[in-house]
Design a protein around this ligand. Structure first.
Ligand code: SF4
Length: 404
């Protein structure tokens, strides 16, 4: 061991060194390992970040991906009101809106000349259960539920523009997943956290039936049974403890071990907004985010791990040095309607900072490369030809389809 290596090792606590050594050796980490890593500060934190980067390199190389998308906020009406959300509106609010088929199509069509290949549908959850006005509006559109309308809009976008839908409609039944899966390349539901404390009175998920962790885990499991490539993740800074973050990552790991369908895990930082019940909360620090990303990488070494660059605008390249390998969906056309104050970086800027950090930026589709190359049953037959026409033998978007 060199003098430098010796001094690095001697600055770490022995149990911490042992945990990192087990991660590097490829052993599965236990919950207590995760708890220990999540407490890292000082030299331990530096070593954690470096180890997570090395483990990412081993499993994912030096490629960071993104998906070129349009963002379609199909409806901002929602049956619940999470404590941090400004997206959801009630009927009567001048900003409450459900998009018409023409509006949906106009957004998707604007994405094609910009090279977009994904249509990400984000919407409030089951608003028709809460509001008679929504039921009337859906009836006028020829539908009984928002999920049924969503299916029709996914189909419309696919047929008219070829963009691949990726829908995030909240919790779903098995029947609803079956209704949507043939018209979606992948789907998503943020677990956010497995802590049921967060649903207690005064918590961020109070009176939000769809945010019960068991309900969300059920939807994610059901998607696995149905072989739907699936996106999930954690929302950081909503009152969860460090241990609860680890428990949440391990719950995702367990579902993925069972079904193999979790194509990416998002580590997303809360952005506090003034006109919410959680105004005045402290946002998670950059170090806290990087620590959580690094722990996610060591608990889920081969997973695609993503953090949205627009939510940490000045410092997001540092996430690459904590273990991520994906930037998520970036739109050259539409805003992030969930965080409208946070514009996407330009894709040329994203490429420049990714390269400065020592990585190659590659475009991927709404379905990750490994699901095209290795796994059976995850690509819908209805979408296969379209997906293959866009991708190379590694599952990335063909270089001639990229804008540079
Ligand atoms: S975060 Fe989602 S589920 Fe919660 S209120 Fe907003 S739109 Fe509804």
């Amino acid at each position: 061991m060199t003098t430098l290596e010796h001094s690095i090792h001697s600055s770490l606590s022995s149990d911490f060194q042992e945990t990192l050594a087990r991660a590097v050796a490829g052993h599965d980490l236990l919950p207590q390992d995760g708890y220990r890593l999540m407490e890292a500060t000082g030299s331990n934190l530096s070593a954690l970040l470096l180890t997570a980067s090395l483990v990412r390199d081993r499993h994912k190389g030096r490629t960071a991906t993104y998906s070129r998308k349009v963002f379609i906020p199909l409806t901002n009406l929602c049956r619940q009101k999470c404590g941090y959300c400004t997206f959801a509106k009630a009927p009567g609010d001048p900003l409450a809106h459900t998009m018409s088929p023409d509006e949906v199509l106009a957004v998707a069509e604007a994405g094609r000349p910009q090279g977009c290949k994904e249509a990400m549908f984000s919407l409030g959850e089951r608003p028709e259960e809460m509001y008679p006005q929504v039921r009337e509006q859906l009836a006028h559109l020829g539908h009984r539920s928002m999920v049924s309308y969503l299916r029709a809009m996914c189909e419309l976008v696919l047929e008219q523009t070829g963009l691949l839908p990726h829908a995030n409609p909240g919790i779903l039944t098995r029947e609803e997943l079956a209704e949507l899966r043939d018209v979606n390349a992948s789907m998503g539901l943020m677990l956010e956290n497995v802590s049921s404390r967060l649903t207690a009175p005064g918590g961020p998920h109070w009176q939000c039936a769809g945010k019960l962790p068991s309900t969300r885990l059920d939807t994610i499991a059901c998607a696995g049974e149905m072989k739907v490539p699936f996106t999930t993740g954690l929302l950081i800074g909503i009152g969860e403890t460090p241990q609860e973050r680890v428990d949440s990552l391990l719950a995702i790991k367990e579902l993925h071990a069972r079904y193999g369908h979790i194509q990416e895990v998002i580590i997303q930082n809360l952005r506090v907004k003034e006109d919410t019940a959680m105004r005045g909360w402290r946002e998670p620090s950059l170090l806290d985010m990087r620590r959580t990303i690094a722990v996610a990488r060591l608990l889920l070494p081969a997973m695609n791990i993503q953090s949205p660059p627009n939510l940490t605008p000045q410092a997001y390249p540092l996430y690459l040095l904590a273990g991520i390998n994906d930037w998520g969906g970036i739109s050259p056309v539409t805003s992030d309607f969930i965080n409208p104050e946070a514009p996407w970086p330009g894709i040329a800027d994203l490429k420049a900072v990714t390269e400065e950090a020592g990585f190659e930026l590659r475009e991927r589709l709404a379905i990750y490369p490994e699901y095209l190359a290795q796994r059976n049953g995850f690509v819908r037959e209805s979408l296969r030809q379209r997906i293959l026409a866009w991708t190379d033998h590694d599952g990335y978007v063909r270089r001639e389809e990229e804008p540079w």
